[in-house]
Design a protein around this ligand. Structure first.
Ligand SMILES: [Fe+2]
Ligand SMILES: [Fe+2]
Length: 246
């Protein structure tokens, strides 16, 4: 088994692993993004048991020990299960995450103290800057956040827009419909009253590209896709509140 590697934006490589046994027959895809710079950053470490596969994939692009930054959406096995394996192979690497992630999990769970990013703080990886944005509980996890590469207009949006299957690396097609289907199936999001507003704030970034953790990367009007997703979560909230009141 090998990860499939595609460059979805200049210097941003998608390392994709499809697992047919999860949610068959479509299966489920795990994507990890290596962002190139003088200090390369990996967004999503991969599951702990997937580490050898990911290490080999990264090694096709850079010597793994050159990795400098490890970041991810929130503390969960597929997002960061292999962080300590990465810290072990890359002696200069640090985990970079938000204040909540550090306080709640990473100060204890990461083998080296993390670099703590404030909301909207940019991390300079040498040649490009990635902005960290807090999105608490969205789509799940108190510590949840995303990274925005302003230069290429790419939003590393983690579990937002999760879908099933093994699609193309990059699509210009619909990603909202498949995300609604996956939400109906998994119920993976922590529905909360701020959800629509927080996702609409991401739309203000006007991303040209959305790098999904579970699904193809999307190229096109990212703001429109985010607003449509926000509308669907608002609809779900209204439905759930209506059902509770009935
Ligand atoms: Fe997650
Ligand atoms: Fe995930």
């Amino acid at each position: 088994m090998q990860a499939r590697i595609d460059e979805i934006a200049e210097g941003i490589f998608r390392l994709s692993v499809h697992v047919p046994d999860i949610a068959p027959p479509a299966g489920f895809t795990f994507n990890h993004f290596l962002v190139m710079g003088d200090e390369p950053l990996l967004f999503h470490t991969g599951l702990r048991r997937m580490f050898p596969l990911l290490r080999d994939a990264v090694a096709r692009l850079i010597p793994p020990e050159r990795l400098r930054w490890i970041s991810f959406g929130h503390y969960e096995a597929d997002e960061c299960g292999a962080m300590n394996e990465w810290l072990a192979v890359a002696p200069n690497a640090l985990v970079a995450h938000g204040q909540t992630g550090a306080l709640v999990s990473l100060n204890d769970m990461a083998d080296r103290a993390p670099r703590v990013l404030q909301d909207q703080e940019a991390i300079d990886i040498g040649g490009r800057r990635l902005r960290y944005i807090d999105t608490p509980h969205i789509p799940h996890g108190w510590d949840a956040g995303v990274l925005m590469d302003d230069a290429s207009g790419t939003l590393l949006c983690g579990d937002l827009f999760t879908q099933l299957g093994d699609g193309p690396a990059l699509t210009t097609g619909d990603i909202v419909g498949p995300a609604i289907q996956a939400e109906d199936l998994f119920r993976y999001s922590s529905l909360n009253p701020r959800m629509g507003a927080t996702i609409r704030r991401l739309a203000e970034l006007a991303p040209k590209r959305l790098a999904l953790m579970h699904g193809p990367s999307f190229e096109g009007d990212g703001a429109a896709a985010l607003r449509a997703l926000a509308d669907d979560y608002d609809r779900r909230m209204r439905g759930d509140l209506g059902a509770l009141a009935a």
